[in-house]
Write a protein that binds this ligand. Structure first.
Ligand SMILES: [Fe+2]
Ligand SMILES: [Fe+2]
Length: 194
């Protein structure tokens, strides 16, 4: 018989498979696997990591109306960047779905999925790990063997700082706005690392 976790994971995986394009679902599976492996490396719950990874982009293909109505249920304001790019609400929307449709009440998984797009100051370890996994899953072009070698010995906050800094440079090089939440995430990691 399936455990409660296995049943929930199967349900969420099916939802993600049915609501994501093929390539995106493949990214979700790689993110889930990377997230679980990082959880094992940093002493967090790998099952929770896998679940957060498989769920994180499940609302990325929702229409705008649905995105907004799901996202704002977390009670947070819609930021200027989110307002101009509604798709950036997909993490918050997915967190609502996890709570309302899948009856998940694990605070760490919810926080990880909710804030995986921008990050946030003071996030829990699982949320830091999902943020990292989303950016360093092996399907990402910059993730070479050399890159993985460089990151394999880093402590969690060090790795998070490395990945967030790269993310900020990537956005800046392309003339894109960096969300204040992402800057605050980086600053909070620096403080935690002192
Ligand atoms: Fe995402
Ligand atoms: Fe993603």
């Amino acid at each position: 018989m399936k455990t409660e976790y296995e049943a929930l994971l199967a349900e969420i995986t099916e939802y993600a498979r049915n609501h994501e394009k093929k390539e995106r679902f493949a990214h979700s599976v790689r993110t889930a696997e990377t997230c679980a492996a990082l959880c094992r490396r940093f002493g967090e719950d790998a099952d929770k990591g896998y679940l957060a990874g498989i769920a994180h982009d499940m609302c990325k293909e929702c229409d705008d109306m649905e995105l907004v109505s799901l996202a704002v249920k977390d009670g947070l304001p819609v930021s200027p960047i989110e307002r101009t790019h509604l798709s950036l609400l997909h993490g918050r929307a997915a967190a609502t779905l996890l709570k309302e449709q899948f009856n998940l009440n694990d605070a760490a998984v919810i926080e990880a999925v909710q804030h995986h797009t921008f990050g946030m100051a003071g996030m829990c370890n699982l949320a830091k790990i999902l943020f990292i996994a989303d950016k360093i899953e092996p399907g990402r072009e910059h993730v070479t063997e050399k890159y993985l070698k460089k990151t394999e010995k880093m402590a969690l906050n060090e790795l998070a700082m490395f990945v967030v800094s790269e993310n900020i440079s990537y956005l800046q090089e392309r003339g894109k706005k960096v969300a204040p939440a992402t800057q605050e995430f980086l600053e909070s990691l620096k403080v935690e690392n002192r």
